[in-house]
Design a binder for this molecule. Structure first.
Ligand code: ZN
Length: 499
């Protein structure tokens, strides 16, 4: 069909431009010299302007219109391609080009300012950039449109079909089970000693260990690579080249290890989309929540599990004999799973992690509505951290300046992290039901059966199925916090000897 080919061609050009933009962004966060910033922001802005122009073009809009008039003739995958492209085109057409360019410039500068000012905790210097980003995001929400509240417009970009009202309900059901259980665990968890993880772990050895773990998961180094960056991320230049980054802390064994497994999970998803989706709008995750379910699954459900450490503990001990001298399996397993109130989201234990998301969700809502001014963010952040997690940041470095996402303009994005935790457990439970030998496999270093199962069920379908439907297809269930609550209660009751 000519029109379908024309659509594919147009999308291929747009996706190529997106890949080029992603490559410039990857370089900016890995190897670019500081002096390259101004030019880089201009280049990315130019490309984003071109992408927007093409996505919002009358030509593409009319082409889709013609295909929509005749969807009966399309096979289901092509019909889906038309449908998701329509979503992207509608979004693009609602956003004025000036706003797109203004956002690209503002976020480029806000990110740079964040990188420079975060280490010194200078919120005042970062503040004007963040104010500009929130001003833009408010305009975006209005331009995109929504039925109930402005936040819906933003959330919908990351988690189609969710909606703020439902998200609040899911989070409040989650909090109801989580908060009292975490309190119970905290009464005893201070007895766990995790001091050994802060000893000096040679960076190169950690790096090499991470590469071996990635290979064992099935991350394909012929179509990817790992580099260092201050804030780990995954980026794709199309299916044949999916990059991940990590950071190594020589005095914190957890940071590099779990960061690597986390990004490895994102990388596996992106490397294993159905190949024929490449260079189209279907070559994306079903949603960011589903994307995050895959990183959290590998990081936590595999990477912080007993079977995984049955496989790795002996080798890690051989690699770091002095650091782990006198440390037994149980002590190590307890240490990597220690529940401890902390300031930093990416370092949070499984029971504290979702609370960090609740804090960001509430603050985003208030910043977006204008109920909270950016200038008052540090104080609001600190108080909410204290009432939610029981810790108060001594400085914005470990407070409201710890994440790059707001500077990046990603407002409405944080909740997908918590959703990912919930989806992840529902999907993992199903994998275990269908593969009763999974724990033994993991304990023997055989991760490919799990990777292959995930490839069939989650990775290959990519964006051809929406998240709610994908979850039902895989598990027969709707999204619910209950399986996640059951998982943590089971794991941590056993670990801490609770009833
Ligand atoms: Zn992630």
């Amino acid at each position: 069909m000519d029109k379908l080919n024309a659509l594919r061609q147009q999308l291929a050009t747009i996706v190529d431009l997106e890949a080029a933009t992603a490559l410039l962004g990857w370089d900016q966060h890995t190897y670019m010299p500081r002096g390259g910033l101004e030019a880089r922001v201009r280049q990315i802005t130019t490309l984003q302007g071109l992408i927007h122009e093409r996505m919002a073009s009358d030509e593409l809009h009319e082409l889709l219109g013609a295909l929509e008039a005749d969807t009966g003739k399309l096979d289901p995958v092509d019909a889906r391609l038309v449908l998701v492209t329509r979503r992207d085109v509608d979004q693009a057409r609602r956003l004025p080009a000036e706003l797109v360019v203004r956002k690209a410039e503002a976020t480029g500068r806000a990110l740079d300012s964040w990188m420079v000012n975060r280490p010194r905790g200078d919120f005042g210097a970062w503040r004007p950039h963040l104010e500009e980003v929130f001003a833009i995001v408010r305009l975006e929400a209005e331009a995109l449109g929504y039925e109930e509240e402005a936040y819906d417009a933003l959330l919908n970009r990351y988690e189609p079909g969710m909606g703020t009202r439902r998200l609040r309900a899911v989070f409040s059901e989650l909090a109801e089970g989580l908060v009292p259980f975490r309190r119970q665990v905290l009464e005893v968890s201070h007895r766990v000693d995790d001091e050994m993880l802060s000893r000096h772990f040679d960076g190169q050895k950690q790096w090499d260990l991470g590469l071996r773990m990635l290979k064992e998961m099935g991350y394909d180094f012929n179509h990817g690579r790992q580099d260092r960056s201050p804030h780990p991320f995954t980026t794709s230049f199309g299916l044949p080249d999916v990059r991940i980054t990590t950071r190594i802390h020589e005095n914190d064994f957890r940071a590099g290890l779990f960061g690597t497994l986390h990004e490895g999970g994102h990388g596996l998803y992106e490397q294993n989309f159905l190949p024929e989706f490449d260079r189209s709008t279907l070559a994306q995750g079903s949603s960011l929540g589903i994307h995050e379910s895959q990183s959290r699954l590998w990081e936590n459900l595999v990477g912080r599990s007993r079977p995984y450490w049955n496989r790795w503990f002996g080798e890690v001990k051989e690699l770091f004999p002095a650091q782990l001298s006198g440390v037994g399996f149980q002590a190590f397993y307890a240490a990597i799973n220690r529940v401890k109130p902390g300031l930093i989201r990416v370092e949070a234990d499984e029971l504290s992690y979702n609370l960090h998301i609740f804090v960001r969700f509430e603050l985003e809502l208030r910043l977006l509505s204008g109920d909270l001014a950016v200038a008052d963010l540090p104080e609001a952040w600190d108080s909410l951290m204290e009432s939610t997690l029981g810790v108060r940041p001594p400085s914005p470095v470990d407070g409201c300046m710890q994440d790059m996402h707001w500077a990046d303009g990603s407002v409405g994005y944080f909740p997908t992290y918590a959703l990912g935790n919930l989806y992840g457990v529902q999907i993992f439970n199903q994998a275990r039901r269908e593969m009763p030998a999974m724990d033994e496999d993991i304990a023997s270093g055989r991760l490919l059966p799990l990777k292959d199962w995930l490839t069939e069920r989650v990775y290959r379908p990519a964006r051809s199925v929406d998240p709610g439907e994908l979850l039902r297809l895989i598990t027969g269930q709707d999204l619910s916090p209950q399986p996640w609550l059951a998982y943590v209660k089971n794991k941590y009751s056993e670990l801490y000897g609770l009833d």
